[in-house]
Design a binder for this molecule. Structure first.
Ligand SMILES: NC(=O)c1ccc[n+]([C@@H]2O[C@H](COP(=O)([O-])OP(=O)(O)OC[C@H]3O[C@@H](n4cnc5c(N)ncnc54)[C@H](OP(=O)(O)O)[C@@H]3O)[C@@H](O)[C@H]2O)c1
Length: 252
């Protein structure tokens, strides 16, 4: 049986379980956001033997419930709320010296500020535009595919999500654009569609006079996001630093 380094690095509160060959100690997780994704995060976390407590929006205006006293028994905070609420939640959790996994998107203009807060407080924060392993593989594919732009192809990104999604373009589409830009120097246009209950579809399309290339990731459910977020929390336990899921998912 393989026991991950992360699993040894924090003081555990419960009996360990074995998941995918990795020994995981149970934690007390505080979940901010019990909506479409957060409720699945709670389900997956409980299946992996963590204790989950939920804080509702009404009980946490401006992150006010996230005091050091209220969080003293919490091992780690997970945020799947809104772009409007997340920054105050990060600030309060970090001031309470709690590690945090942030799945909420739409706040990445403030990444440098959040990094500073985390580094000053010597806590750990892991964020991710998308916690699905498949999408993180897709980021690598996007980077490789950027070579097309040097060979006469015109590239575009299309993203589709449910009508309730608050940010546009999606954090995942922006991350795909960044991968292509870093590899090619070109910034692709993103077109967003909001329709029905689409979980999340991202297409990277290259067009040339001779042919087209269609690259597509289509999420079937939110469960992949939830599993990635809980495994990210297990990885982050006991660590300091500011991490992007796309840089650590291979270690999970
Ligand atoms: N990184 C990823 O892999 C990934 C995957 C899916 C979604 N997301 C992102 O995750 C976020 C949530 O998405 P969703 O579809 O689950 O949204 P949702 O269904 O609208 O849920 C949002 C939840 O946030 C809660 N909330 C708002 N302010 C809060 C506060 N101050 N404290 C505690 N809870 C608060 C709301 O609580 P009430 O119900 O009490 O108002 C609601 O339950 C979005 O930013 C989305 O883009 C990320």
């Amino acid at each position: 049986m393989f026991c991950s380094r992360a699993a040894y690095m924090f003081s555990y509160r419960g009996l360990p379980g074995v998941f995918g060959g990795t020994l995981v100690f149970s934690m007390i997780l505080l979940l901010l956001g019990h909506g479409k994704t957060g409720s699945l995060v709670a389900e997956v976390a409980r299946q992996r033997r963590h204790e989950v407590r939920v804080l509702r929006a009404a009980d946490n205006p401006h992150g006010s419930a996230l005091t050091a006293d209220n969080l003293r028994h919490i091992d780690l905070v997970i945020d799947f709320t809104t772009p409007h609420a997340v920054l105050e939640n990060i600030s309060a959790s970090v001031h309470a010296a709690k590690n945090m996994v942030v799945g909420t998107t739409g706040w990445y203009g403030e990444l440098a500020h959040a990094r500073q807060l985390v580094e000053n407080s010597r806590t750990g924060l892991l964020f991710g535009a998308n916690f699905s392993i498949g999408v993180n593989l897709f980021f690598d594919i996007a980077r490789t595919s950027a070579a097309a732009l040097e060979h006469g192809y015109y590239g575009q990104i299309f993203e589709r999500h449910h009508v309730h999604k608050k940010d546009a373009p999606s954090g995942t589409a922006v991350a795909i654009r960044r991968e292509v830009q870093q590899a090619s120097g070109s910034e692709l246009e993103i077109t967003s569609f909001r329709e029905g209950d689409v979980v999340g579809m991202h297409q990277l399309v290259y067009d040339s006079p001779n042919d087209n290339i269609y690259l597509c990731h289509d999420a079937k459910s939110r469960r992949g996001f939830a599993e990635g977020a809980v495994r990210a929390a297990e990885w982050l336990a006991g660590k300091q630093g500011f991490y992007d899921f796309k840089d650590v998912w291979r270690q999970l």
